[in-house]
Design a protein around this ligand. Structure first.
Ligand code: NDP
Length: 405
């Protein structure tokens, strides 16, 4: 039985902690550490009530490598699951290298002062992890995460060559708040207000933020306006599947969400440039985060479903093949199960499954890898078992054609 240390006690951290607690044969001992210890304690109390398991808790500032090293050394986990914020990825990876433990996260590194996310910073750790005989698995949430595994599964079982990939992400849930983000507001708003980007004919093409959009029909949800965004898994997927001629990511937003976002942008509230306010320096987006609801607080009364999947075109036995694989997750059902909302749930379950496969040696290696580089089969086998059943349509009609503009 293994020991796991989870860093981050937000919406996703709560799901990871509960799901690890639900699998005592693999996760023998669990430590949940985060900036605010009381949040860890509340999650531990809930997991104890549901599963009768004890989760240890600790306060930790994971921006501080020495503090993180000291906590890892005192608990001696086999691996760290990082579900704090992307800002902490590198400091936590440094601490794992120093203490000799494996690493997994769900979002790629972002510097605090530039709204830019890419894998270069973390891929640069490849040699150091390899030399130490350690494994780092990057981006093991839903998107990135399951979307990469879905793509690898499609490539392995349904295609000789995959050529067109559209990742479609819909949250058709209603939390009843005028405006809230489903994961960390700062990270979410930085992602959405950036230029869009997609891969086509061996090059990245840029768009204005939310410039390209269209209705997409989601299973069990219906048609929802979906906006083309840059999303981090596109970067690793076009590298790991070089036959892709086009790769895009689409996400739904309601009119109401976009209107709020536009107003907040227009008045400067989404800026990450520090300003002086009554003699102190504040970052408007960080202040906005402080007044918005926390993602982990949205679960109660949230109803409706998320629907996320991959639509793929390519070749099989010399003929055109289409494939759609997806999961729908119900907000109310996961609230009933562990007090979560579906966006946190769909991120936390895959993080736990990735960790489980690492600890069982089914996902192994030395170095830094993205999820699509591993065997997708054991991951797909566990998804339904831990609450995220998936469905596939082989040879059906897709929302996008191969040669659309
Ligand atoms: P939350 O804001 O709910 O939680 C983040 C947690 O990290 C908080 O508990 C916060 O502490 C803690 N934290 C922040 N800074 C530090 C620090 N320096 N040291 C220790 N702990 C810290 O966010 P979510 O749970 O919604 O998201 C967590 C991660 O999951 C993010 O990286 C997000 O990008 C990623 N994500 C990935 C998805 C995917 O599908 N791949 C989808 C959704 C999210 P405090 O409570 O004190 O602020």
């Amino acid at each position: 039985m293994a020991k796991v240390m989870i860093i981050g006690a937000g919406g996703v951290g709560s799901v990871v902690a509960h799901k690890c607690a639900s699998a005592p044969d693999v996760f023998g001992e669990i430590l949940l550490a985060s900036r605010t210890k009381s949040k860890c304690d509340a999650i531990a109390a809930s997991a104890e009530k549901i599963y009768g398991r004890t989760i240890k808790t600790a306060a930790l500032d994971a921006d501080n490598v020495a503090e993180t090293v000291a906590l890892i050394n005192s608990f001696r986990p086999d691996m760290v699951i990082n579900v704090a914020l992307p800002y902490q990825d590198l400091t936590i990876m440094d601490a794992c290298l120093e203490t000799g433990v494996h690493y997994l996260d769900t979002a790629n590194y972002e510097p605090k002062d530039v709204a830019k996310f890419e894998y270069s910073w973390q891929w640069a750790y490849q040699e150091r992890f390899r030399e130490k005989g350690l494994l780092a698995v990057l981006g093991c949430g839903f998107d990135p995460g399951v979307t990469g595994v879905f793509t690898a599964y499609a490539a392995k079982h349904h295609f000789d060559e995959i050529q067109y990939l559209d990742i479609i992400d819909c949250n058709a849930g209603d939390h009843g708040k005028a405006f809230a983000t489903n994961f960390n507001p700062e990270i979410n708003i930085r992602e959405i207000t950036q230029n869009g980007r997609f891969w086509e004919n061996s090059a990245w093409r840029e768009t204005e933020p939310l410039e390209i959009h269209r209705g997409v029909n989601y299973p069990n949800v219906g048609v929802k306006e979906s906006y083309l965004l840059f999303h981090e898994e596109l970067e690793s997927l076009v590298k790991n599947f070089p036959t892709l001629k086009r790769a895009r990511f689409w996400m739904t937003f309601s009119e109401n969400y976009i209107t709020h976002l536009r107003v907040l942008e227009n008045v400067g509230m989404t800026s990450i440039k520090p300003i002086k306010y009554q003699g102190i320096e504040i970052v408007p987006l960080q202040f906005l985060k402080a007044v918005l609801p926390e993602p982990s607080s949205l679960g109660e009364g949230y109803h409706g479903e998320t629907s996320i999947g991959c639509q793929i075109r390519g070749l099989k036995d010399g003929k055109e093949q289409t494939y759609f694989v997806y999961n729908n997750c119900d907000h109310a059902a996961v609230f009933k199960e562990i007090g979560a909302q579906a966006v946190s749930y769909t991120t936390g379950v895959p993080a736990m499954i990735g960790a489980m496969l690492m600890l069982q040696g089914k996902w192994s290696g030395k170095g830094v890898y993205n999820v699509e580089e591993f065997n997708p089969d054991p991951f797909m086998a566990l998804l339904g078992q831990y609450g995220l059943p998936w469905h596939e349509v082989v040879g059906g009609e897709l929302a996008f054609s191969a040669n659309e503009a």
